[in-house]
Unconditional design. Structure first.
Length: 603
RNA sequence: GGAGGUGUGGUGUAGCGGCCUAACAUGCUUCCCUGUCAAGGAAGAGACCGCGGGUUCGAAUCCCGUCACUUCCGCCA
């Protein structure tokens, strides 16, 4: 019996061997006499040459074969004749001459072609996902996904971690995202929730003495989708006992450095060890807490230069407790009115009231501007402002400013910075720019509810030195929380947890949870923490986003085998779908549908 | 909940008030062809232009509504 080979692995050294290959017809070239079939399996492509003089039966069978038929070919590997070598294929020096040609299954013409990488309508791809996944780039993405999770498991196993599964049906403890709910048949009127993450369970495993836990965990959040967000997604979830923040950072940094070097050796890691920014520094320099440090163009604060300016937009904002910051856009001084308006509209959608700009002309040191805002500044003031952005500012450049409260300024300019980085081609696509953002605020004031909300989650520990601030100025307290960022994506986030009952009680108090409330929602956690909870902390890394980075994809659907559409439907199986009255009755559920929409009336 | 983009043979696009009885590529069907490799050549089938309404002498094309996909805002501890 001939050895079964992956089609894409046949080479010159196999010449003369009798082999069997299984796969799909990628394409077929019928020269009248000779027929060439390019057979595709997961490993790649190989050519089968069928000559009617060698094997009339095989030739007859091959004549009826069409694209995507499933074949099993047993034959001899032959070196291709001189001048017929195909450099584009790894197997291009050889071909298979079949002794046995079996059609395992025919195939109808496909709704779209899978043997090239041309764009296909997203709906078609999702409806026929099993065909979309035949395309080599999608197969490569899933192969990369496997390699990443394999690397993670090996890395953590070597360091003494245990992979432990946690339940998918858990208790709903609403806070943060909306839960997916599952009705209980046995307990009428009661519901399970699908986990938004295994957060509480992994902390309880620390109380159990597992010490080092990890899980490649599915998480569920019933929120609207984005290019990098699906309602169900996967996290590498990690928790450790008896450790400091530094231990977690080292662990994850080692993991991602190793993965990058092993799985994408062609990509350079921008800086190692990964640079670290405090939350405040990241907000000040990049305008967000997930800075893309593949390019500069940092936010520049000109508040002190313009606080007494005649330009009321600037001086007024500062007088109201705000600030004025700007970006230096090299070469954009020649933007048309239309393009400038485009920038203004861009920042407006992020809460800025407007965007002031200075189109610079002349020589460095004596720059001038004819822009409307320029008339409020003396030539000296204009120089000072320009210089604040650095010595490289020159005629032909554009300076843009947002004047507002710091949060608005940061958001508007942070978004604009990312947009302009892309537009001006400042981003090197061949690097991984990892960094850490640390020292997040612990709490943020919720004006609507008149209480404090946890920025990370309610079990996040304050920095020890900031515990007294919980009494005096909770908004100033920093958390032992940290995010790892890569190329502007938040790739992982975690914290050291509270294991002290008093601090936890204080936190719940600030968040205005009543005693009953706390007990009902987190009683199991508080009880557990009374039986000897070790100091612990952890992190969760977004697996899907990690794969996106490792495959250069900009869409999460391309790294998930069976993703959902933006309206959270599965086009392949048509989920969600109405269910039988019987099922509903068994679950003690009566529908109260909005009048206009009935289930099952898509299209 | 809101804003933008897209919707034309199986697939990807062009056409953006009359030349459209809708074009091109690819795929599909039939035929020719023994060294192709995105094989080539010949012939052919296939879309009432997402759906509904309106404007107009005339609509794939303009307007309104609606549905779907998509990107973004809100939302996502």
């Amino acid at each position: 019996m001939a050895k079964v080979y992956p089609a894409g692995e046949l080479r010159l050294e196999n010449v003369g061997e009798e082999v069997t290959v299984n796969g799909w017809v990628n394409n077929r070239r019928d020269l009248g006499g000779l027929i060439f079939i390019i057979l595709r399996d997961r490993s790649g492509l190989v050519q089968v040459a069928i000559d009617p003089r060698d094997n009339p039966e095989a030739h007859a069978a091959a004549s009826d074969v069409r694209n995507e038929f499933v074949l099993r070919i047993t034959g001899t590997v032959r070196k291709r004749p001189e001048g017929t070598i195909n450099d584009k294929l790894p197997t291009g020096q050889v071909e298979i001459v079949p002794n046995k040609f079996e059609v395992l299954n025919p195939a109808k013409p496909l709704p779209f072609q899978v043997n090239d990488n041309s764009e296909v309508d997203e709906l078609q791809r999702l409806r026929y996902r099993y065909l979309d996944l035949r395309r080599p780039f999608m197969q490569n993405n899933l192969i990369m996904r496997h390699k990443v999770t394999k690397y993670m498991r090996d890395y953590l196993d070597e360091r003494g971690f245990l992979e432990i599964e946690t339940p998918i049906l858990i208790k709903s403890t609403p806070e943060g995202a909306r839960d997916y709910l599952v009705p209980s048949r046995v307990h009428p009127g009661e519901f399970y929730a699908l986990p938004q993450s295994p957060q509480q369970l992994k902390q309880l495993l620390m109380v159990s003495g597992m010490e080092k836990y990890f899980q490649i965990a599915r998480c569920f959040r019933d929120e609207d989708l984005r290019a990098d967000r699906q309602p169900e997604f996967t996290q590498l979830d990690i928790e450790m006992s008896f450790i400091q923040q530094e231990d977690i950072l080292q662990l994850i940094e080692g993991l991602y450095t190793g993965m990058a070097q092993t799985l994408r050796p062609d990509k350079k890691i921008l800086q190692s060890p990964f640079p670290r920014f405090s939350y405040d520094e990241s907000m000040a320099r990049y305008g967000n807490d997930k800075p893309d440090i593949r390019f500069g163009m940092e936010l520049t604060d000109v508040s002190d230069l313009v606080k007494d300016s005649e330009f009321k937009v600037f001086s007024g904002a500062i007088a109201a407790g705000g600030q004025v910051k700007g970006l230096h856009l090299p070469g954009c001084g020649s933007y048309s009115r239309r393009e400038l308006d485009g920038l203004v509209d861009f920042v407006k959608q992020f809460g800025a009231k407007g965007l002031a700009y200075l189109q610079l002309e002349g020589e460095t040191g004596s720059l001038t501007s004819k822009s409307p805002a320029a008339k409020f500044f003396s030539p000296e003031q204009l120089q000072a402002i320009a210089q604040k952005f650095g010595p490289e500012v020159k005629g032909g450049d554009l300076l843009v400013f947002v004047a507002d409260q710091p949060a608005v300024v940061a958001n508007a300019l942070g978004r604009l910075r990312n947009e302009m980085g892309k537009r001006l081609n400042l981003i090197n696509q061949n690097i991984f720019a990892f960094c850490w953002v640390t020292d997040f605020p612990l709490l943020e004031w919720n004006g609507d509810e008149n209480r404090w909300d946890a920025v990370h989650h309610p079990f996040t520990a304050p920095k020890p030195e900031d515990v007294p601030l919980l009494e005096t100025d909770p908004g100033k307290a920093k958390a032992n929380a940290y995010d790892m960022v890569c190329n502007g994506y938040e790739t992982a986030g975690g914290s050291i947890r509270i294991h002290n009952r008093d601090v936890q009680t204080k936190m719940f108090g600030l968040m205005s949870y009543s005693l009953e409330d706390t007990q009902a929602r987190f009683g199991h956690m508080l009880n557990a923490f009374e039986y000897g909870a070790p100091p612990h902390g952890g992190i969760a890394a977004g697996l899907d986003r990690t794969i996106m980075l490792f495959t250069d994809e900009e869409n999460i659907r391309n790294v998930i085998a069976f993703p959902k559409t933006q309206s959270a439907t599965d086009e392949m199986t048509q989920a969600p779908s109405p269910v039988d009255q019987r099922q509903l009755k068994e679950l003690h559920i009566a529908l109260a549908l909005p009048p206009e929409k009935k289930p099952g009336q898509a299209n």
